[in-house]
Design a protein. Structure first.
Length: 341
């Protein structure tokens, strides 16, 4: 019995030794793989530097905060640049409004400015685009925050630079706001070059719809559209707004998170909170009950945006009496109107 017990103990010891040795081999293999991987990256980086006639690897700063528009359009923007994305390169102008408060009039008037192209409603597409980032942040935050490559494991990923999702979001809205068809059909025009210096954007009356707060929306806009200006519009007289809903849409106005007075108050509160979170460098808060009676309110916005010798001579109205366009007033912005540099 003792001999059998000794043999059994020896077998257990051999089994444990084999497992220990196997584990050590696997650990060493993983470490060697990591060393080889990092060494290869270093060699590739040096080779790239030589081929690019760069004096040394340390002279090149691939991750920086350079702002190409720091003196004009977005002086306070925080730009998270990387070799994959420079999110401050493209300028944006967003009109964020509540429904039936003159947003389409604002769209038409600001679209008349030189070097500006704004598109209309998109059913709150920005909220869905935001999920591209939040899906990773909520489930695997280290994929966007880890400063080094992760070459092994089920979630192996090379470093995803901070700010790189901004270019994806901007490209989606660029595709939704393309040049006119005549320009697209002209093969002599390069689309990227044609739009390079334009101020792009859109208007939306649904930013407040969904499960995000004004603070979350503000943080997303600042990080993904960092070189932006935003006109935040509302109407003080929500009774007039409520009546406009009913007269134009009837019961179907529930599509716009209405038509209750309480819902309109909540939408206005979102506008105020969004403005507070964005601040004066990014946004201006305007009231339809003021600017619809005094065009100088909008001309002050032009000065804030940096347009030179530009002014609206008179108000024009979209959706007059429902969806009727006002064709009696000529839309003018000044003969010598110049866009921001």
């Amino acid at each position: 019995m003792k001999r059998r017990s000794m043999k059994s103990n020896r077998k257990v010891l051999k089994f444990k030794r084999r497992h220990i040795i196997l584990i050590l081999v696997l650990l060493l293999s993983g470490m060697l793989y990591q060393v080889r991987y990092l060494y290869r990256l270093q060699i590739e980086g040096i080779r790239y530097a030589r081929e690019s006639d760069v004096a040394s690897v340390t002279d090149w700063e691939p991750f920086n905060n350079t702002n190409p528009h720091k003196n004009t359009w977005c002086p306070k923007a925080f730009c998270q640049n990387s070799p994959l994305c420079t999110p401050c390169q493209r300028r944006h102008l967003l009109i964020i409004s509540t429904a039936r408060s003159g947003s389409t009039t604002l769209l038409r008037m600001f679209n008349a400015l030189p070097n500006v192209r704004l598109s209309g409603e998109n059913h709150n597409q920005i909220k869905f685009v935001a999920k591209l980032t939040s899906n990773l942040l909520e489930n695997r935050p280290r994929l966007l925050k880890h400063p080094m490559d992760k070459p092994t494991g089920p979630f192996m990923h090379n470093t995803i630079p901070q700010g790189s999702f901004g270019c994806i979001a901007q490209d989606i809205f660029h595709m939704m706001n393309p040049p006119p068809l005549a320009v697209q059909q002209n093969k002599a025009i390069q689309m990227a070059e044609y739009d390079k210096d334009l101020i792009l954007g859109f208007k939306t009356v649904r930013m407040h719809v969904g499960d995000w707060t004004a603070q979350q929306a503000s943080e997303y806009l600042k990080s993904h559209f960092p070189c932006s200006r935003m006109i935040i519009n509302y109407q003080t007289n929500i009774t007039h707004q409520y009546v406009s809903f009913r007269q134009t849409f009837g019961n179907s106005s529930e599509t716009y998170s209405g038509p209750s007075m309480n819902a309109l108050k909540k939408a206005n509160q979102f506008q105020f909170d969004l403005y507070q979170n964005l601040g004066d460098d990014y946004s201006k808060l305007i009231d339809m009950d003021e600017w619809s009676k005094d065009v100088h309110v909008l001309n002050d916005i032009l000065t804030w945006l940096g347009f030179d010798q530009c002014h609206f001579e008179a108000m024009v109205h979209e959706n007059l009496n429902g969806y009727t366009r006002d064709t009696s007033t000529e839309l003018q912005v000044g003969k010598h109107c110049m866009p921001p540099s």
